[in-house]
Design a protein around this ligand. Structure first.
Ligand code: AN0
Ligand code: CP
Length: 317
């Protein structure tokens, strides 16, 4: 594996899951693999879980770690080509990237969708420039269109909690006061489609995701109906994908909040969310605090997904 940006880079899913469970049994098994090798984790956006779990995964593999918050102390980067740089951005990304690459062996990048242009976001302009100009293996810590370390951890968690061979997994839109990217739902869809499980996506009309990610998932606009018989409820907000509404909030309807009444329609489903989660917008206190909520073990598995990815990047490069 040269880079890790989506499910397509991980190869056989069952093999990746097996590697994850082997690592989970002994996270220090490969503690010499990363000796004298440096991870540089670059954040253009805020993070709690990704920041900590990726560092922990690197430390478990014996790596050195440098973290850079682009918005705190680094120069503001110009990303446009051919720009006369007479504004407030002192450095161009085309110098910054190879410089950053020269200080490390592997680069992790977090760079959310900017919602200025759907085409720019969906071409993954920032992440692809890192791949092209850093000279180093690059992995996504949530980019414009995907959050593969999250989805991999989600799938690991589903394997641990599933009670049937082919569970019914429902990803439901839920309300949120800010416009959020489609990266988490796109990516979750991509990984669940690769797993072959029964997969239903529920959202209000207008919130259709890019069909390349939806694949063969069933779309159910009636949330109650979607929940019937579900084994896993995966809640997430996202802003509209379809033009001309790309990046806009079309609904804040709290009738879509996941609550105990809806959870009672399921087959005693586990509740999942990538976190951070807005309580009583996305999910009620009652549901997130219930025994069915597995959001904490789900977040804990972020160390494992990151460790599999870093281990492969270290081994193959
Ligand atoms: C981000 C998102 O929805 O993509 C990160 C989630 C892991 N969430 C927020 O910005 C609240
Ligand atoms: N789930 C997740 O990626 O959380 P952070 O944004 O806190 O990293």
């Amino acid at each position: 594996m040269r880079n890790f940006t989506s499910v397509h880079d991980i190869g056989n899913i069952d093999a990746a899951l097996k590697e994850a469970f082997d690592l989970k049994k002994d996270v220090f098994k490969y503690s010499d693999l990363g000796k004298n090798r440096t991870l540089l984790a670059i954040f253009f956006n805020s993070s709690l879980r990704t920041r900590l779990s990726t560092q922990k995964a690197a430390l478990n593999l014996g790596m050195n770690v440098i973290v850079l918050d682009m918005n705190q102390g680094a120069w503001k980067l110009e990303t446009g080509q051919g720009v006369i740089m007479d504004g407030d951005k002192p450095e161009h990304i085309l110098e910054a990237i190879p410089v950053m690459g020269s200080y490390c062996d592997i680069i992790g990048v977090r760079s959310f969708a900017q919602f200025e242009s759907r085409q720019d976001d969906y071409e993954e302009k920032i992440l692809n420039q890192f791949i092209r100009y850093s000279g180093k293996p690059v992995f996504s810590m949530e980019a414009a269109t995907r959050h593969p370390l999250q989805s991999f951890a989600d799938l690991i968690t589903i394997e641990e909690y599933k009670k049937t061979a082919r569970p019914k997994i429902v990803m439901t839109w839920a309300p949120h006061p800010r416009a959020l990217p489609q990266a988490v739902p796109n990516s979750f869809a991509e990984w669940i489609n690769a797993s072959g499980y029964e997969f239903v996506i529920s959202h209000p009309e207008g919130y259709e995701l890019d069909s390349r990610f939806v694949g063969d998932a069933k779309i159910e606009y009636n949330q109650d109906k979607a929940f019937e018989g579900a084994n896993f409820i995966y809640a997430k907000n996202w802003a509209a994908y379809a033009e001309p509404d790309y990046g806009r909030i079309l609904s804040r309807d709290r009738a879509w909040t996941v609550d105990a009444r809806k959870m009672a329609l399921t087959d005693n489903a586990c509740f999942m969310h990538c976190l951070p989660v807005r309580r009583n917008m996305i999910v009620t206190d009652e549901v997130i605090e219930s025994p069915q909520s597995i959001v904490i073990p789900e977040a804990a598995n972020r160390v494992i997904s990151a460790q599999v990815v870093l281990k492969r990047l270290l081994t193959d490069n």
